[in-house]
Design a protein around this ligand. Structure first.
Ligand SMILES: *[C@@H]1O[C@H](CO)[C@@H](O)[C@H](O)[C@H]1NC(C)=O
Ligand SMILES: *[C@@H]1O[C@H](CO)[C@@H](O)[C@H](O)[C@H]1NC(C)=O
Ligand SMILES: *[C@@H]1O[C@H](CO)[C@@H](O)[C@H](O)[C@H]1NC(C)=O
Ligand SMILES: *[C@@H]1O[C@H](CO)[C@@H](O)[C@H](O)[C@H]1NC(C)=O
Ligand SMILES: *[C@@H]1O[C@H](CO)[C@@H](O)[C@H](O)[C@H]1NC(C)=O
Ligand SMILES: *[C@@H]1O[C@H](CO)[C@@H](O)[C@H](O)[C@H]1NC(C)=O
Ligand SMILES: *[C@@H]1O[C@H](CO)[C@@H](O)[C@H](O)[C@H]1NC(C)=O
Ligand SMILES: *[C@@H]1O[C@H](CO)[C@@H](O)[C@H](O)[C@H]1NC(C)=O
Ligand SMILES: *[C@@H]1O[C@H](CO)[C@@H](O)[C@H](O)[C@H]1NC(C)=O
Ligand SMILES: *[C@@H]1O[C@H](CO)[C@@H](O)[C@H](O)[C@H]1NC(C)=O
Ligand SMILES: *[C@@H]1O[C@H](CO)[C@@H](O)[C@H](O)[C@H]1NC(C)=O
Ligand SMILES: *[C@@H]1O[C@H](CO)[C@@H](O)[C@H](O)[C@H]1NC(C)=O
Length: 849
């Protein structure tokens, strides 16, 4: 009776429990009965070795024991006691138990163990029925092993194992671009969990929860502040605050580090200079570093963005970047700290008329000659591609050019150029194109992942920096599904040979349970998401055609060119693409080892997905693979990508009832937004190149939208047409806005369609600065009401203007309409949001346009 009662409750809990995402993939949800039935006999007790000397009881091993206890209780419903091996409670190593601790502590208790195969942070997991042994090379490793064991249980894997796991690289860090005022650069999930009002926040609960997530995927370091760093982080008060942050991360094995502002000695210290070779500057940094290490003895080190995008650096004083990096390396060296020095150094005032200039060349130009000059505790942190987190880039040639320097790869979990977490884009497959890439150094296999691990060039240090940018939103990244990217990042940093779909499916089981339909559907849409996004944003290596001068969100292909930023496409009326050849272009291909240089030099041997990255071609140049022209490929890919994004909505809707309603509705809203915005992208990019080239779409789609009624062609009252900039982000280049602040407007049209059911799509602009109201009426009967409040619903805002960022769509499905019906939209402006509208599409069911 009692059992049945509990079973029922558990079942109910499984179906209805709303989930806000806070626990990420560490939910420890009750296992379904079908899997419970396969569970092997449970261990009787958890034995935590070597926690006793920890005064606070919050060492990684103690955390591991607690996680095991909470996890087993949650998933299997059994409360296990934790023994810390007091003399009166002796457990021997063959009894039913989970023993967790370090190899050293185990050997001291139970006799020595052969652990020669474990390296720093590694662990050994042994499961033999109800006898489980989890031993770390260090405490952190023991915690990783505990998470690994819990993950197996959560995925219903109860098999015996004897498994040694070592990290691929010593550096597995998160970078958080958080500002002291609490804002986050390229963060899309609310304000900082670390800072507010210039100080470290008082309540560190969220920090502790984040530390737990990071530890569970093997992340061992975190840079808590923006690379565009504020010198005020180094005040005495903030050093105390950093101490509290480090105390919070430490039990999870995550070491805190900070970004530095190179000019701090001047900005904060009041010195006349920040010349890295000046004695007073050196002394200033030594003193600051000492104070930091006094409060945070295990400070991971410093991250430095110097002489980049307006940041100060050693070049200001005609010193080399190595002089700059070594200044900090010497300061942290006595304490065991390291310096991550970003390779993202380039001139953003470049001359766009110079055919031979190339921002992509900058990293090798700046760093190649410095190879061998960096101290041993400097790591050069290199973005995966030569430009900046684009939807597709070739691997940065710098990986092959500085064999005597430690390097790390910088990946971006935060979707700066990939839809700001409002578009579903599972990024691991993109990262894998780089990590698995063979640089052919000296014509030998030399994978990027083996170079960044330090293995290939036999470097002591190396690894991963992932720009994450979590915020206070309980979803962490703003979107539940975006968390698969954080999961995959940590797992790939640990073992980059893993398959991106396998990691995704692990994450799905842990995060959303064991339902097969859930697994299949989310696998399908996630695996299609990057190819679809590439299709509707930027093809053939042209980069993400977003607005590089404003927020990096919606389409604005023109913004790439004719400015100093160097993300050029060189598109004109006949041709497109950057000529990066040695023969007639920027010479970038020559930065690769000879085999690759030769391959990229010729159009014929350049991989098609990078054609426009390396070559300047005619729109009419035909692709080897399909025989299509470049321009027709653009048109087709944009249509295909947007069509794929529409299917995400129906695929997700098929899971209604299989996922708790909180997460279900949250994602449904986002996927609908993405479906609408993908059409904005499609039409803007296609329209742009059609206008530029004058070459029509062979299939007659581009610029031809028979189902659309332009708002400017409706009968307007209180509304007036307005030119939208960039023009291609509005249908017919024109939208309408209400003519007075807080005014009211009407737009009406008589529908000329045969009797039938239609989906009506309203394309409008949702700008920051107001929450306009819209009401749609059919023959004066209310049809649909909505508010321009995406800034609330998506949790971040994009633009104050009518453009490709604010352009969006809402669809009302299955409306019965007959010829002569009058469709009217009434808008109520709110502040600067003048209830802007672009067009209405009256779509026979099944058609999307
Ligand atoms: C646990 O053992 C490791 C050595 O394996 C040691 O470094 C660490 O300080 C110990 N921790 C505690 C809390 O005793
Ligand atoms: C667990 O600990 C509690 C309280 O310390 C004790 O009453 C109980 O007997 C223990 N259970 C087992 C199985 O050892
Ligand atoms: C460990 O404990 C079990 C059960 O109490 C016992 O049978 C076994 O002999 C013990 N082994 C050692 C090495 O003490
Ligand atoms: C430990 O095992 C490794 C192989 O995994 C072996 O090479 C080594 O000799 C062993 N060491 C000891 C002390 O048994
Ligand atoms: C740096 O932080 C301080 C304290 O919050 C703030 O007053 C100052 O404006 C910030 N400086 C910059 C350049 O953002
Ligand atoms: C600290 O933050 C947590 C989670 O955000 C919250 O639940 C808790 O109430 C806060 N504690 C205090 C003392 O404000
Ligand atoms: C750096 O060198 C340039 C050219 O050699 C010179 O014009 C400039 O004054 C120097 N700057 C400093 C700060 O020494
Ligand atoms: C999280 O963001 C969503 C929008 O995505 C918003 O509706 C919700 O209120 C936010 N929650 C918190 C706790 O900030
Ligand atoms: C070679 O470069 C020039 C610019 O220096 C450019 O105008 C021309 O189109 C290029 N030729 C080819 C074949 O790409
Ligand atoms: C582009 O077209 C011109 C003629 O308009 C031709 O001379 C040139 O070879 C073409 N370039 C490529 C790469 O096909
Ligand atoms: C991307 O576009 C290509 C070319 O039209 C098409 O073959 C492919 O199926 C599309 N993929 C997705 C996921 O949209
Ligand atoms: C397109 O916009 C112009 C004003 O920019 C307007 O004159 C014209 O009627 C519009 N075309 C349609 C089809 O609405």
């Amino acid at each position: 009776m009692r059992g049945a009662h509990w079973g029922l409750l558990a079942l109910l809990a499984r179906i209805v429990a709303a989930e806000n995402g806070l626990d990420g993939w560490l939910r420890y949800a009750p296992l379904p009965d079908s899997l419970l039935a396969q569970a092997s006999p449970l261990p009787a007790v958890i034995v935590a070795l070597n926690t006793t000397s920890s005064a606070t009881g919050s060492s990684p091993v103690a955390i591991a024991a607690k996680e095991l206890q909470v996890g087993i209780k949650g998933m299997l419903g059994r409360q296990l006691n934790i023994s810390t091996e007091s003399p009166i409670f002796r457990i021997n190593s063959t009894q039913s138990s989970i023993i967790v601790g370090t190899i050293a502590a185990y050997s001291a208790k139970y006799g020595s163990l052969n652990a020669s195969s474990l390296i720093k942070d590694g662990f050994w997991l042994s499961v033999k029925g109800s006898r489980v042994t989890i031993l770390g090379q260090n405490e952190r490793g023991a915690l990783y092993g505990a998470f690994d064991y819990l993950s197996r249980i959560a995925q219903g894997d109860f098999s015996d194992v004897d498994h040694v796991s070592n990290p691929s690289a010593p550096i597995r860090w998160a970078n958080e671009w958080n500002n002291l005022d609490g804002s986050i650069e390229r963060g899309y999930a609310g304000p900082s969990i670390f800072f507010s009002n210039g100080l470290i926040v008082k309540n560190l609960t969220r920090v502790s929860q984040y530390a737990r997530l990071l530890a569970s995927i093997g992340i061992n370091g975190i840079i808590v502040n923006n690379v565009n760093a504020n010198a005020s982080l180094l005040t005495d008060e903030n050093i105390q605050g950093l101490g509290r942050l480090a105390d919070t991360f430490r039990p999870y094995g995550v070491q805190v580090g900070i970004s530095l502002n190179f000019a701090s000695p001047q900005l904060l210290g009041g010195l006349a200079t920040f010349d890295p070779l000046d004695a007073s500057v050196i002394a200033w940094w030594a003193d600051k570093t000492k104070r930091l290490y006094q409060r945070v003895p295990d400070l991971a080190g410093y991250l430095v963005k110097a002489n980049s995008e307006g940041q100060p650096g050693p070049l200001t004083y005609n010193r080399t970047l190595a002089d700059g990096a070594n200044l900090f390396a010497r300061a942290v060296q006595p304490y065991g700290g390291i310096v991550m020095f970003r390779a993202f150094v380039y001139n953003h005032h470049a001359d766009w008329n110079d055919w031979k200039f190339d921002r992509a060349n900058a990293a090798v130009e700046f760093f190649k000659d410095l190879d061998g000059l960096f101290l041993d505790n400097v790591v050069v942190q290199i973005k995966y591609g030569p430009i900046d987190f684009q939807v597709r880039e070739p691997a940065s040639p710098l990986f092959a050019n500085i064999p005597k320097t430690n390097v790390a790869i910088e990946l971006q979990v935060s979707q700066e150029y990939l839809g700001h977490q409002d578009h579903l884009v599972y990024i691991a497959p993109l990262w894998k194109t780089i990590l698995d890439f063979d640089m052919r150094v000296e014509s030998k296999p030399s994978l990027v992942r083996d170079i960044v691990s330090g293995q290939y060039f036999n470097r002591k240090l190396g690894g991963y920096a992932g720009v994450v940018n979590v915020g206070t939103n309980t979803t962490w990244l703003g979107s539940h599904l975006a968390m698969s990217n954080l999961y995959a990042y940590g797992k790939l940093a640990w073992d980059p040979t893993q398959d991106s779909q396998t990691l995704l499916q692990e994450w799905i089981r842990l995060t959303l349970g064991h339902d097969q339909a859930v697994l299949q559907t989310i696998t399908k849409i996630s695996m299609e998401s990057w190819p679809a996004y590439e299709n509707y944003t930027g093809n053939l290596g042209i980069q993400t055609l977003t607005d590089i001068l404003y927020t990096h969100f919606g389409p604005n292909p023109a913004s790439q060119d004719n400015n100093g930023w160097g993300q050029w496409t060189r598109a004109d009326g006949k041709t497109i693409g950057m000529d990066r050849t040695v023969g007639n272009g920027t010479g970038f291909t020559g930065q690769y080892p000879s085999e690759l240089a030769a391959k990229y030099e010729e159009i014929e041997t350049t991989p098609e997905e990078l054609l426009l990255w390396f070559h300047h071609v005619n729109y009419t140049t035909r692709l080897r693979s399909t025989g299509k022209t470049v321009i027709q490929h653009f048109y087709d890919a944009h249509y295909a990508g947007a069509a794929t994004a529409q299917t995400f909505v129906s695929e997700w809707e098929s899971l209604r009832g299989q996922i708790d309603s909180e997460r279900f509705e949250h994602m449904l809203f986002r996927l609908k937004f993405q479906a609408g915005h993908s059409i904005v992208w499609r039409d803007a990019v296609n329209g742009f190149y059609y206008n530029l080239s004058g070459i029509p779409d062979e299939l007659g789609r581009v610029g031809n939208h028979p189902y659309r009624i332009e708002a400017e062609s409706m009968k307007l009252n209180g509304y007036a047409p307005v030119a939208v900039i960039p023009s291609e982000t509005a249908s017919n280049f024109t939208g309408i806005v209400i003519t007075s602040t807080n005014g009211r407007g009407e737009a009406a049209t008589t529908l000329d369609v045969p009797l039938g059911r239609y989906d009506i799509a309203f394309n409008y602009f949702d700008v920051i600065g107001g929450r306009a109201h819209y009401g749609a009426f059919l023959n004066d009967k209310p049809l649909l009401e909505w508010i321009g409040d995406l800034e609330d619903k998506l949790g971040h805002a994009f633009s104050t203007k009518l453009d490709g960022h604010s352009a969006t769509r809402i669809t009302f499905e299955g409306v019965e309409i007959t010829r002569g019906d009058v469709l009217k939209i009434i808008g109520l402006a709110d502040g600067i949001e003048l209830a802007p509208l672009d067009y209405v599409s009256v779509l026979p069911v099944g058609i999307v346009d």
